[in-house]
Design a protein around this ligand. Structure first.
Ligand SMILES: [Zn+2]
Length: 160
């Protein structure tokens, strides 16, 4: 198989705070993510999409939150581990498409910087990475700013 597709989803609760890390990028705002790790919802969804494409399980199995090694873990470092594992299986990310669902913070000012950081972590060209964002029109938990969710779709390519 030369092509494999994967999807990832992650959601975390928000509380009052000084900011959050999304896609490896620090975004100052009035919220923080409640999480065992650094709570990078974007990279969590990306890792699950990559692992899913290759049927390698999920980040919960790979980096259990009961393991103290992953307390406050840097998700960019974990994503590099996943990238290396995929590479070992013979695959690289062909392209990645992300949708961030949140009312706040506003993502558009950070979109291109986030794409650059993710491109560096995955060691691929930035034009293979798409970051989109939508609000939930004030509907449901995300609409009430209780949480932030990310959907990721990735195409993995067999490298020559
Ligand atoms: Zn997560």
């Amino acid at each position: 198989m030369m092509l494999r597709i994967g999807q990832g989803f992650d959601i975390h609760r928000l509380e009052s705070g000084e900011g959050l890390t999304l896609g490896g990028l620090w975004i100052p705002c009035d919220f923080r993510v409640i999480a065992h790790s650094d709570g990078d919802v974007v990279l969590h969804a990306v890792m699950d999409a990559m692992l899913g494409a290759l049927a390698l399980g999920d980040i919960g199995a790979l980096f259990p939150d009961t393991d103290p090694r992953y307390q406050g873990a840097d998700s960019a470092a974990l994503t590099r581990i996943v990238r290396d594992r995929c590479c070992h299986q013979g695959y690289v990310v062909g392209n990645l498409d992300l949708t961030i669902l949140c009312e706040r913070p506003k993502i558009s000012p950070y979109r291109d910087a986030m794409r650059e950081v993710i491109a560096q972590v995955l060691e691929i060209a930035v034009d293979r990475i798409s970051v989109k964002a939508t609000t939930c029109e004030q509907l449901g938990a995300i609409g009430r700013r209780e949480g932030l969710a990310v959907q990721a779709t990735v195409l993995m390519l067999a490298h020559a």
